[in-house]
Design a protein around this ligand. Sequence first.
Ligand SMILES: Cc1ncc(COP(=O)(O)O)c(C=O)c1O
Length: 454
Amino acid sequence: MTQTKYILSERDMPRQWYNIIPDLPSPMNPPLHPGTRQPLGPQDLAPLFPDALIEQEMSSQRWIDIPEPVMEILAQWRPTPLIRAKGLEKALGTPAKIYFKHEGTSPAGSHKPNTAIAQVYYNKLEGVKRIVTETGAGQWGSALALACNYFGLEAKVYMVKISYEQKPYRRVLMETWGASVTPSPSTETEAGRTILAADPNSSGSLGIAISEAVEDAANRDDTKYALGSVLNHVLLHQTIMGLETKKQFEMAGDSPDVIIGCCGGGSNFYGLAAPYFLDKINGKDIDLLGCEPAACPTMTKGHFHYDFGDSIGMTPLVAMHTLGHSFVPASIHAGGLRYHGMAPLLSELLRQKLMRAEAYGQVECFEAAITFARTEGIVPAPESSHAIRGAIKEALKAKEEGKEKTIVFLLSGHGHFDMSAYDAYLSGSLKDFELPQENIDSAWEAIKDLPEAE
Ligand SMILES: Cc1ncc(COP(=O)(O)O)c(C=O)c1O
């Protein structure tokens, strides 16, 4: 029998995160202050983040130590396994080898605790008592609730209303770890009230929930804000996954030709791919593929432009692939992928043609998820099903071409709280959403006058 799982010992856990910024072929556009439109200084971020995270956000240091207390908690479930998807390979009849890195093994069920633990640790060190955040699917909110619980901080989560309604047990999970959860848009913030005045039936979006959380944090001295994706320091914390994966491929005596992840804000795909992006920069032939929903096609239909990270325009302006901050995606079940922008760092890698992107409809993604569940046994999160769709496509292409490729994808989370979405798929009521070109055009019109990125 050939080996199925590649499992590192705790001793082999990476002790440093990898920062790709000093290795980029050309520098990134700087974030700008939303008022002055001048490059942002560390003091501009101080109301929202602790100093240590601001330093990491702006760091050009290649390797950054993972603090011991963070390692101790991560070791409860890390290193996560790299698994050969033999059942899936067989069902597809492909000559390709398919591996997946399984992040659904964390207590919250996804990759998100990798950064939540680190972020809450640094907040705790600097005396912060309360952390606010937003959550789409509920995965990030759960991760933050878990981390705040470990370090004894209060957690407040603004949860996108459509997910709040679709996933009541995600709310209960967050409450189990002691967090309080509010559906967004809410009447608790000026931002929420503004959105509700314009659209009382708003189903919410990540951009709106970010506006609410940022406003909440900025108005209280004991509170900071935490973001589950997009920012450099979040992407940095996720590189532990890719660094483990590299070691696991050494164990397997193999090396991936294609690296695949779903993309919401960009952190799971980047976290897996970071060390391979460096290989690609150094000339290795590797195909890096980010998969996004056709209902929110940030990388495939958005523009590389300065835009706000939230819907109201309170955050700094960052250069990224964006559909425009007023874009509200249709209520697909992959709530964690409903974001108008993409991490500036990942956007830069896309702009520099170091990766490519594809967009898929939710029905084809659920088809892929069902194939995976029936061949590998694991029920994936709807977000992760986009990566599975990408991996299946690549494996079938390899079959057509008769090529023996090695494919790896990130299984960013399990779907145990997403059974209503599976129910909709299995009963035939799950639909794809049309995205009219005029929706894309009008959201783009609204940001055209913001500064252009280089
Ligand atoms: C399971 C899962 N995968 C992926 C994502 C997308 O985020 P990112 O692109 O930052 O990894 C989310 C976000 O909530 C998620 O919950």
